[in-house]
Design a protein around this ligand. Structure first.
Ligand code: BGC
Length: 278
């Protein structure tokens, strides 16, 4: 097979056949949908979690029911030893990794004057340091394995889960917005640094997606209506919207895409407040 062609199974709706993915924070919300989406696209999946092992196991069972291999692994992504142990175990079980989705993230919201250092450190630790630790481990593994062009044209793919708040300032969420702004520059710098190795690094920046992290923004009709004033497309995003983007970014269909942020936000970053003003 020519190295210019995707593998034959890739032609039949399984663009990630023969590949192994690791998704952090894959037991709920966006991470869960991404893990399931990558598996439907043909990948075996390591399902990372830090709380709720039953939920992680449920994702594993669903992936296995679809005919792919899966493994739930506990690790706090802000902890270097945890991350190193998780990658070692993943490689021991699956042989290697081709796709790493640095998804785990959280919010600890507070106005600046009452934000504690613990709230700041927790958010930066998981959302930013966690992405550094996982991206570093991913790049090391991709380089150790070497290129297998029958599986993918890239040596490996790293997808950083960012947010519209890498761009939109967010009062009352200084820790979160700073972490995602950091992810934007981390991603671009890693993309520049690793492109020569044919490691692609990209971000997805979700807008408002229906997940547990933002239940307050969508669960009540009044809150949903207020949210919609920020979303020109007129609906909340679903985790599946992000999963579809992740599958594409991880596949060879996106082989020339690196260092980019794909906003999946129903137009939230189009500054809808300016539609009839300004
Ligand atoms: C946050 C959500 C928020 C969305 C849009 C996300 O990054 O985690 O809580 O609803 O951005 O503001």
């Amino acid at each position: 097979m020519s190295t210019q062609e995707p593998s034959s199974s890739a032609s039949f709706g399984q663009p990630l056949a023969g590949q192994t993915a690791l998704v952090t924070g894959a037991n709920s919300g966006i991470g869960r949908a991404v893990a399931l989406g990558l598996a439907r696209a043909g990948a075996d999946v390591v399902v990372n979690y830090v709380t709720d092992p039953e939920a992680a196991q449920a994702v594993v069972s669903e992936i296995e029911a679809g005919g792919r291999r899966a493994l739930a692994l506990h690790a706090d992504v802000s902890d270097e030893a945890d991350v190193e142990a998780m990658f070692a175990r993943a490689v021991a079980e699956f042989g290697t990794l081709h796709i790493v989705v640095c998804n785990a993230g959280l919010q600890r919201d507070a106005p600046l004057s009452s934000m504690t250092l613990a709230q700041w450190n927790t958010v930066i630790g998981v959302n930013l340091t966690g992405q550094f630790l996982c991206a570093r481990a991913a790049a090391r593994e991709f380089r150790r394995r070497g290129l297998d062009a029958s599986v993918s044209r890239a040596l490996g793919k790293i997808i950083c889960m960012s947010s519209v708040h890498q761009q939109i300032p967010w009062a009352g969420h200084a820790n979160y917005a700073a972490s995602k702004g950091g992810v934007a520059m981390l991603m671009q710098t890693l993309a520049q640094e690793l492109a020569g190795d044919r490691i692609r690094v990209n971000s997805i920046a979700p807008g408002a997606i229906r997940t547990p992290i933002n239940t307050d923004a969508w669960s009540k009709p009044e809150a949903y209506a207020a949210l919609m004033t920020l979303v020109p497309y007129g609906r909340i995003g679903e985790p599946e919207d992000i999963a579809q983007a992740a599958v594409w970014l991880a596949s060879d269909a996106a082989d020339y895409v690196t260092g980019t942020t794909l906003f999946v936000d129903g137009g939230m970053t189009l500054y809808p407040g300016f539609e009839h003003k300004g």
